[in-house]
Design a protein around this ligand. Structure first.
Ligand code: SPD
Length: 281
């Protein structure tokens, strides 16, 4: 079968890969599709938006996870909201110090399809006894979790519409702050400063109001709208995400493709001027 173009359409621009659809299903929450692409290997789309691909996932998952994992005081209890492809869990589990991960994904079909059709994204995480999967609404989960429960909270949702819409509002971020340990780190994907400018600025401003310290980090996920992406980190006692702990860096650095302490330093500095001007002072 000849390959065709598979595109995400966003505000008058399309972002496409040449390939073919190998499975498309509807869950109660969304359309889930896996494609085989010429350039990036197998890729996942939710509601026709690019989520990840075999040869792109490191651009996203390392950037979301490693500044938090390398900076937090302890790595005993980690919470991942979303992340049903397993990539964020795999990234966390590179660290031997990690005690336990709660991965809270609303859509069991995403996990089933990723495990069957793109198992390399989650890799060994799927068999790691430290990974506990809960099929639940992440918003309710953080509402009900106890204060000071987690060393790290990583929010790995899709865009701010559909099932992930509630992962970008004040109530959700306040609950994350409440259940984070005082010496922990919170991080969320915070969209593109180009393709999702308004929501990007809203996320940074909100997190800044709720946590004592917060900073966005800028990088690239070439398959996403505009290719220019961001993740926002936050902490309560000090901006621990800025200072990777050497013994952790030594353990994982050779096993990362994008992230390094040097890359991270530049990425935290790389706020474009128009975003700096657009943020609340
Ligand atoms: N526009 C795409 C945003 C997707 C963010 N989450 C991706 C999930 C990868 N684990």
């Amino acid at each position: 079968m000849d390959n065709d173009w598979i595109d995400e359409y966003h505000e008058g621009v399309r972002y496409g890969l040449k390939g073919k659809v190998i499975i498309k299903e509807f869950s109660p929450y969304q359309e889930i599709a896996v494609i085989e692409s010429e350039r990036y290997g197998r890729g996942l789309l939710l509601d026709s938006c690019w989520m990840t691909a075999e040869k792109q996932e490191k651009h996203y998952h390392e950037c979301l996870a490693q500044p938090a994992l390398c900076g937090a005081k302890n790595l005993d209890k980690i919470l991942i909201i979303g992340g049903g492809d397993g990539g964020t869990a795999k990234e966390c589990l590179k660290h031997k110090e990690v005690g336990y991960i709660d991965l809270v994904e609303i859509d069991s079909k995403v996990i089933e399809i990723c495990q069957e059709y793109i198992p390399t994204i989650g890799g060994n995480a799927w068999n790691d006894p430290r990974l506990n999967i809960a099929i639940e609404d992440g918003i309710k989960f953080v509402e009900q979790a106890q204060q000071d429960s987690y060393d790290i909270i990583l929010v790995d949702g899709s865009d701010a519409k559909g099932p992930a819409e509630g992962l970008f509002n004040r109530d959700f971020f306040e609950n994350c702050q409440r259940i984070l340990k005082p010496n922990g780190i919170f991080a969320t994907q915070s969209e593109s400063p180009e393709a999702f400018l308004k929501v990007h600025i809203e996320i940074i401003n909100l997190i800044n109001e709720i946590f004592n310290y917060s900073d966005p980090l800028y990088g690239w996920v070439p398959m996403y709208p505009s290719g220019w992406w961001s993740w926002t980190f936050a902490a309560i006692d000090k901006p621990r995400y800025l200072n990777p702990i050497k013994r952790r860096v030594d353990c994982i650095e050779q096993n990362c493709q994008i992230w390094s302490p040097r890359w991270q330093k530049g990425a935290f500095q790389a706020m474009p001027a128009f975003i700096e001007r657009g943020l609340k002072k």
